[in-house]
Design a protein around this ligand. Structure first.
Ligand code: SF4
Length: 210
């Protein structure tokens, strides 16, 4: 395929860089424990220093895949699809989500919100990062706010972000994995004082599943 055609298909969202795709249980947040098909798109420039999928950052390292074919394959496994990354909103998700919807899927996204929304999404898990703040429009649409707690300052950042989301948005605090022993006691204490928050744990890491 020539480069120009490839660029056009990438822009339209017909081809997107895919780091991995797999059927497993959602480990964290509001749908922890639910069977879901994950599509992890390559590419992220948000730059969290503690990121546990740094291999995703360079989109050029990941093969371009046909989104209609990938959607068909995913829907054969499961009707709950999780789009993650990387930062999946760096890409045009309209073709992928349209095909998934036509196959009866419910589509979740995990995003920092740093790029505009695209496609048809049923559940938005917004996880804001200080290095690239979310676009304003996404706060009203977020179904779940998942704040990663790496240090004590992150509680203040979490409260500021919670003030921006809609009133039905579920609020989660999740320790960054390497800090879990230090931060979960603090998260527990915080939630006991602020019970509209809930704790999220990366259960997939304990279950040894992807
Ligand atoms: S937004 Fe996600 S993928 Fe991107 S650097 Fe941060 S944790 Fe990693």
């Amino acid at each position: 395929m020539d480069n120009h055609l490839q660029e056009t298909l990438l822009k339209k969202g017909r081809l997107l860089p895919v780091m991995e795709h797999f059927y497993t249980l959602q480990g964290e947040g509001a749908h922890a424990g639910v069977a879901a098909y994950f599509i992890r798109l390559g590419g992220c420039d948000v730059g969290c220093h503690w990121c546990d999928v740094k291999e995703s950052w360079n989109a050029e390292l990941h093969p371009l895949m046909d989104m209609e074919a990938l959607a068909k394959n995913a829907a054969e496994h499961c009707k709950t699809i999780i789009l993650t990354g990387g930062e999946p909103l760096m890409w045009n998700l309209s073709i992928l989500t349209k095909k998934l919807k036509s196959l009866g899927c419910r589509i979740h996204i995990e995003t920092s919100g740093a790029y505009p929304l695209s496609g048809e999404i049923d559940w938005i898990c917004l996880s804001p990062k200080k290095t690239a703040m979310p676009k304003k429009e996404i706060y009203a649409k977020a179904d779940e706010l998942k704040m990663i707690i790496y240090n004590n300052n992150d509680f203040k950042f979490a409260e500021k972000q919670a003030a921006l989301v809609n009133k039905d948005c579920k609020l989660y605090l999740q320790s960054e994995w390497s800090k879990r022993e230090e931060m979960y006691p603090k998260i527990t204490e915080f939630i006991l004082k602020n019970p509209r928050w809930r704790a999220s744990v990366q259960t997939h890491k304990y279950l040894n599943i992807p």
